[in-house]
Design a protein around this ligand. Structure first.
Ligand code: SP5
Ligand code: ZN
Length: 331
């Protein structure tokens, strides 16, 4: 297995997020992936600093040039954390003021932009790109320790701690080489990834997550969202209730993987979040550390080249053991 790490992630360091008008400590912090990396090194794995940069032509397949440009401009203008104060209304998205342009590309107040955010997001996407590329050279499994995460970012919006959709970058790259299925096992619905591929039949998207009537991102992740136009039938959601345990989760995962199997993919992209863990500070499921190795086996049973793309997971002291549990049977 090849493992890629974005050393430049520390250029992006959120301290606060705004919840109901109040600043509360941010959970998406550098320590997350530092713990992941340290725990993998401690069990004898090689973790490579990502050396490639994702081509901008690939980024522009996933994100609109206008979105990328605004994100870059907001970052360049930032002295400290930039958080939107105004959002676009009535579908109006054109404005001269950078503050308004920012509000037109973000959907929450949880996702600050710093001077280093753009570069860090590109480096994170580069990890996913490197992970996807390594599959073409005969590697069966790769793991991109992406930070910042990506699955809430859509083609022209950011949010949910995400700026560039890393899993979508990996999937888009692999479409030139075969059929691609994305399975998202982060605690939250992968709304950005779903949106990006919603009208397409060459990439299948499925997700297990907290029911949106209960948890972020609230607006999407329902069972009736199945794709549109040519993409009809190529999206499937499995919303789950508070307290979902190993047994119920696993039974649902088996159902999701049956749906994936019927698509006959050549490559699998897994949006891998550990915020499903029982001790996660912002989740609400009850998965155990031991379960993650069983989850990984489900993916291995699939028997096709797979890139694992890191998404959420916010209990920094549990992250290391959850990751090593997950990869314990993948060499
Ligand atoms: C990639 C990913 O997992 N993004 C998750 C974004 C969830 N944002 C919702 C934040 C809700 C407020 N945080 C409460 C913190 C309580 N300690
Ligand atoms: Zn999440």
């Amino acid at each position: 297995m090849h493992i890629y790490y974005p050393a430049g992630h520390i250029k992006h360091c959120p301290v606060w997020e705004i919840e109901n008008g109040e600043a509360i400590p941010h959970e998406e912090i550098p320590e997350r992936v530092e713990h992941i990396k340290a725990s993998l090194v401690a069990v004898g794995r090689t973790v490579e600093d990502v050396a490639l940069t994702v081509p901008s032509s690939l980024l522009f397949h996933i994100h609109s040039p206008k979105y990328m440009c605004t994100l870059k401009n907001v970052a360049a203008s930032a002295s400290d954390a930039q958080i939107p104060s105004v959002f676009s209304y009535g579908g109006h998205t054109k404005a001269n003021h950078l503050r308004a342009q920012f509000g037109a590309i973000s959907f929450d107040t949880y996702t600050p932009v710093f001077k280093g955010t753009f570069a860090a997001a590109v480096e994170s996407a580069s990890c996913a790109y490197a992970g996807a590329r390594s599959l073409l050279r005969g590697t069966m499994y790769s793991y991109a320790i992406c930070r910042p995460p990506g699955h809430h970012a859509g083609s022209s919006y950011m949010g949910g701690y995400c700026y560039i959709n890393n899993a979508a970058v990996a999937a888009q790259y692999l479409t030139a080489h075969g059929r691609v299925a994305i399975i998202d096992v982060d605690f939250h619905h992968g709304n950005g990834t779903q949106d990006i591929f919603y009208g397409r039949s060459d990439v299948l998207f499925t997700s297990l997550h907290a029911d949106p009537s209960w948890k972020f991102p609230y607006f999407t992740g329902n069972i009736n969202e199945r794709g549109i136009g040519k993409g009809k039938g190529y999206t499937r959601n499995f919303p789950l209730q508070k307290g979902t345990d190993d047994r119920v989760y696993d039974a649902t995962l088996v159902r999701a993987l049956k749906y994936v199997a019927a698509f006959h993919p050549n490559y699998l992209v897994v949006s891998l979040g550990f915020d499903t863990h029982v001790d996660d500070p912002i989740g609400g499921f009850a998965l155990t550390t031991d379960y993650y190795q069983k989850m990984a086996k489900r993916f291995m049973d699939f028997g096709i080249p797979t890139v694992f793309v890191q998404e959420g997971g916010y209990n920094t002291s549990a992250l290391g053991k959850n990751v090593t549990s997950f990869f314990s049977h993948i060499s």
